[in-house]
Design a protein around this ligand. Structure first.
Ligand SMILES: [Zn+2]
Length: 58
């Protein structure tokens, strides 16, 4: 699962900068899930990030 090494949902943007506290929170949760190889949570965070980006930054 190394294709997720850059974190959730940065695919639509070239920027790796964190945009807001919600982004930071989701990213932290994703990173923690990735660290303990919790694919389910990591995927959930990826979806949550995509949804959040559309809702808050779209
Ligand atoms: Zn955000």
């Amino acid at each position: 699962m190394r294709d997720q090494a850059n974190g959730p949902a940065d695919t639509s943007s070239h920027s790796t900068a964190v945009r807001c506290t919600q982004c930071t929170k989701i990213k932290e949760m994703w990173r923690e899930a990735d660290r303990r190889n919790d694919v389910r949570v990591a995927e959930t965070m990826t979806v949550a990030m995509g949804r959040h980006l559309r809702a808050a930054h779209g």
